[in-house]
Each structure stands twice: as C-alpha cells, then as structure tokens.
Design a protein. Structure first.
Length: 190
C-alpha cells in the first residue's frame, strides 16, 4: 500500500504543483489534517470525500480519484472552511482549481447530477446573459429526474409566490457584447 501511494505521488506531481502555483497555494503543504474544514462544511454529508481527505489525497498524488470526485462540484463556495482553516489554506479556491483541472483532463464525472446541473446552468447563462431559474429547473428535472417533477411542483409554486422564480427570463441590455465575451473566453480556453 505504501509503495502504491509513492508511485501515485510521483506520477501525479502535476496536480500538487498546479495547486501550489495558485496565489498562496503552497500553503496546501501545511495542511494539518485537523478536519476543521470537514467539520464546518455545510454540505459535508453529501460529499464523496471530505475537504480534509481531498487535501490528503492531493498530497498522496491520487490525481484520478481527486479529479473524478464530485466533491469539488458539490462545494457551495460558502468560504466557511477558508475562513476557519488554521493553516490559512484557500480551500474554496482549490475546489475551483480542481474543477477546472478535471474538465481539462477529461476526468470530470460527466454523468453525475451535479455536473449536468453545472452544464445546464452555464448553457443558460451563455445564452441569456443571466440565469433563468425556471428554465434551469425544468431542463434539469426533465433530463435527470422526470418522475419527480410532479412531486416537486409545490416547491416551484412556492418559489413563484415568493418571487424567487420568474416565468420570463431577465433581459440583458447588452447581450451581443456579452456573447462576444463568452466567445473570446471559449477561444482562450481552447
Ligand atoms: S482546516 Fe485546513 S489544515 Fe485543517 S484539514 Fe482542512 S485544509 Fe487541512
Ligand atoms: S467552501 Fe465548499 S468545501 Fe468549504 S465549507 Fe463551503 S461548501 Fe464546504
């Protein structure tokens, strides 16, 4: 087991290197494995690997397991762990970096619910310039959980009642300019 971990660390040095190259990213090497991040995380119960374990896995060179995990995708970017980490590791920024890297390396779990949700969210924002919650929920539920659509109806109605959801999308004033920015960003990404 020990030799396997060492081999993985050698093979996947690039992931640790990339994380360490983030602003103040070298702090990842100072992780105390104290678990404060995991204890404070509001979505910890849903995570495949806790934030504490993700840092242990990065340092152990377990690239494929880290980048194939849905943990970074479920991170809600609340920054609570970042504020409380005694080693001052920018945990939330690391989660973003892991998402970027998992897409670049083709290791993101494209079939997971959360990944599909992100894809739909991005498609709608790129098209309309802003998110349209109703469209997002309809598309997501129809694609992923069609049988649950009826049971979720009352929740949707409550959201209409509180003004959280609108029938028509917000119209962005300079949508053409926004489309150019999106095109340029896509080109740079390639
Ligand atoms: S709170 Fe910081 S030091 Fe503690 S386990 Fe999490 S990342 Fe490591
Ligand atoms: S930023 Fe992400 S990992 Fe950190 S506590 Fe919030 S949800 Fe959990």
């Amino acid at each position: 087991m020990k030799s396997k971990t060492l081999v993985q660390a050698k093979e996947d040095h690039g992931l640790l290197e990339e994380i360490a190259a983030l602003p103040e990213g070298e702090r990842v090497l100072s992780c105390l494995q104290c678990g404060t991040c995991s204890a404070t995380c509001p979505v910890a119960a849903l995570l495949e690997h806790s934030p504490r374990r993700i840092f242990a896995m990065i340092r152990a060179g377990m690239k494929e397991q880290v980048l194939g995990s849905v943990t970074p995708w479920l991170c809600s970017s609340c920054y609570d762990c970042t504020v409380k980490c005694p080693a001052q590791i920018k945990i939330t920024e690391v989660m973003y970096a892991l998402k970027r890297r998992s897409i670049r390396e083709g290791l993101a779990n494209q079939n997971s619910d959360v990944h599909r949700f992100y894809q739909l969210f991005t498609e709608i924002v790129c098209k309309h310039g802003r998110i349209h919650e109703l469209l997002l929920l309809l598309k997501y539920m129809a694609l992923r959980h069609p049988l649950s659509m009826l049971s979720q109806g009352p929740v949707g109605l409550r959201m209409f009642g509180t003004g959280c959801m609108r029938v028509q999308p917000h119209r962005m004033k300079y949508r053409e300019s926004f489309a150019k920015i999106v095109d340029k960003a896509s080109l740079l990404e390639e």
